[in-house]
Design a protein around this ligand. Structure first.
Ligand code: NDP
Length: 310
């Protein structure tokens, strides 16, 4: 039988690492399971300009690395592992991870959200071969090339603007006429000479599966039903994120879009199980709010352990 830990934190983004700093300082020796995307979304961004305390901005990966060092300094442990399944009804809670079984009295779920895909077979076949969900990771590979970005929110705007640094032309494809992106971002996109807006349009297929390299996309105008072929070599998704909470389905409450439902900010319906960051926040989704809720989850875990005599 493995020893029972006081607290395990799922996820190593802003929320998880803040929870790790606080629980480590409370001497709970937290174990952080780093998950599929260590460092979370901040580790694949560039400059973060709105995290308080950094008047000149800070690189996302640097911010994350600093948080990790801070947590480690107070005794947090890190494991490159992910959760396979969990039994939240057991006492202690049982976690089946890629590195074996773990028992814990409290669990802080900070598993974040991952990029959403269109779900086309051609898209899935070409991930890493011209199809990407991370402009800041892959933009550099498209120097002087024509590419497309899909989406009508701030992520798509940000990706399109960022990609103009490398690409010769960026086609921004959106399925509706109006955009949910903030006005200021949309205006920057409209004014940019390298960006062309293609509205009322969906992507039916990405071309290049046999060649294993994107060479175009079949678009359909949803008003006229006309189909056109857009010659591009890069295809970037900017259509939002999905919470990583599927593995808890049936054990804690999830809303219609799969976000963990919490009350009192970070409490789930299972005593001793807390959720923080983007996995439970469909509204704010900011680094600072994720960090704030990570702190709350840690304080709640500490209180739970104290109330239960640990
Ligand atoms: P959003 O949910 O705001 O936007 C997603 C976009 O993708 C929508 O335009 C949506 O279309 C489109 N979309 C979703 N699914 C599909 C699909 N299957 N096919 C085609 N299009 C699809 O997500 P974002 O990631 O853009 O933003 C999330 C939050 O993060 C927002 O609050 C945003 O303001 C914030 N953010 C802020 C930034 C900043 O300030 N620098 C940068 C990035 C994000 P439709 O509109 O038709 O639903």
């Amino acid at each position: 039988m493995p020893e029972t830990r006081d607290t395990v934190i799922l996820g190593s983004g802003c929320a998880g690492l803040t929870a790790a700093i606080y629980t480590a300082r409370a001497n709970l020796k937290p174990l952080v399971l780093e998950g599929h995307e260590p460092g979370g979304q901040l580790s694949i961004t560039t400059l973060v300009e709105n995290f308080p305390g950094w008047p000149e901005g800070v690189q996302g990966p640097e911010l994350i690395e600093n948080m990790k060092k801070q947590a480690a300094r107070f005794g947090a442990e890190f494991q490159m592992a992910h959760l396979i399944s969990a039994d939240l009804s057991a006492h202690p809670i049982r976690l089946n991870t890629s590195k074996g079984e773990i028992l814990t009295r409290t669990l802080i779920i900070a598993s974040g959200a991952s990029a959403r895909w269109l779900g086309l077979p051609s898209e899935q076949a070409l991930i890493g071969h011209g199809v990407s969900s991370c402009a800041t990771c892959d933009g550099f590979f498209f120097m002087g090339q024509e590419i497309a970005v899909i989406g009508g929110g701030d992520t798509a705007m940000e990706e399109a603007l960022f990609l103009t640094r490398f690409a010769s032309k960026v086609s921004l494809i959106h399925r509706r006429e109006s955009f949910r992106a903030s006005k200021v971002m949309l205006e920057r996109v409209i004014a940019h000479p390298k960006i062309e807006l293609i509205t009322n349009t969906v992507v039916e297929e990405i071309l290049g599966v046999e060649e294993k390299s994107v060479r175009g996309a079949i678009l359909r105008n949803v008003v006229t039903n006309d189909r056109t072929e857009l010659p591009i070599t890069g295809f970037f998704l900017g259509i939002g994120h999905e919470p990583n909470a599927k593995m808890f389905h049936g054990q804690i409450d999830l809303d219609d879009d799969g976000y963990i439902k919490t009350h009192g900010n970070v409490l789930t319906r299972v005593p001793g199980v807390f959720a923080c960051g983007d996995v439970q926040d469909r509204r704010y989704r900011q680094a600072i709010t994720a960090a704030g809720s990570g702190c709350m989850a840690a304080l709640e875990a500490e209180k739970f352990l104290e109330d239960h005599g640990h």
